[in-house]
Design a protein around this ligand. Structure first.
Ligand code: HEM
Ligand code: HEM
Length: 222
């Protein structure tokens, strides 16, 4: 009898993988479009990041088991134990990786939200620029700069950490983030249907569109 290959349950469901690789495309695009002053592209990339992160946050509560925050966020004691060499018990993010995911998500959110209040003072202003007073706009301008540098630093650490686990510890992290599952990186329960995430993303996009359409526009009469 022919032996069948094992059927693996995904560790990372389809929405989590789409979220990850879409963010990987958006960040360089946002950077490049800002540097080359293509603000229409910059704006839409930023909105995409907002919708992606909002969807991922909701998915962190209602999504598949290993994408839920409750599956990978542990207390400081467990993080310290992991740093001292204890084995991670969960199938997904390790105790330290789980908190770095939260930091990455928070910085992405801060970056995109601060952009809404930002302006280059010549070509383009974010949709909430005219809603805020000048101190708040200035503060958001600083946040947009600082958060980006923090993001760059954290992304470098993230990639180095992935490479360390992949190459030194021979764990199939990358394969699992591409294909869903790989040897040693498998899910333990069936994933939630992907179209729930599509529905959440659609609602998030509609909420963003409605919210921004309420924003005040510049008063050009004088
Ligand atoms: C723009 C840069 C990047 C950002 C902002 C980023 C962000 C993230 C986030 C937020 C997660 C958690 C996924 C989730 O639970 O939703 C993650 C996981 C992961 N990322 Fe990235 N990432 C970036 C670039 C990369 C690159 C270039 C690679 C490939 C070398 C990579 C490989 C991975 C892998 C393998 C995981 C799963 C880790 C695990 O199994 O615990 N990432 N990333
Ligand atoms: C995660 C998404 C975003 C990333 C990674 C990002 C990144 C950047 C970067 C690297 C710069 C150049 C910083 C500088 O030279 O000072 C910049 C500038 C800018 N961004 Fe964003 N941005 C994002 C979202 C947004 C959004 C949603 C808006 C508004 C709709 C926006 C509006 C602006 C404006 C107006 C500037 C020019 C600021 C200036 O000239 O001082 N950004 N952004």
């Amino acid at each position: 009898m022919m032996s069948q290959p094992p059927v693996r349950l995904p560790l990372w469901d389809i929405p989590t993988r789409i979220f990850h690789w879409a963010i990987v495309c958006c960040l360089p695009l946002a950077w490049w479009s800002a540097e080359t002053e293509r603000y229409d592209l910059h704006e839409w990339t930023g909105y995409s990041v907002l919708v992606l992160v909002a969807t991922r946050v909701v998915w962190g509560f209602v999504g598949s088991r290993h994408s839920r925050f409750a599956d990978f966020l542990v207390g400081p004691g467990a993080v310290l134990a992991y740093l001292r060499g204890a084995q991670a018990h969960g199938a997904g993010h390790n105790p330290l990786g789980g908190w770095s995911v939260m930091l990455l998500l928070s910085l992405l959110l801060l970056q995109a939200v601060s952009g809404l209040f930002n302006s280059d003072d010549v070509l383009f202003s974010g949709p909430l620029y005219y809603w805020a007073n000048s101190e708040f706009r200035d503060a958001m301008g600083v946040v947009h700069d600082v958060a980006f540098n923090a993001l760059l630093a954290l992304v470098c650490v993230h990639i180095l950490a992935v490479l360390y686990h992949q190459l030194r510890r021979r764990e199939n992290l990358l394969q699992a983030m591409v294909k869903g599952a790989a040897e040693g990186r498998e899910g333990r329960v069936r994933p939630v249907a992907w179209w729930w995430a599509a529905l959440i993303a659609t609602l998030a996009a509609l909420a963003l569109w409605w919210g921004l359409s309420q924003a005040p526009t510049p008063d050009l009469t004088w």
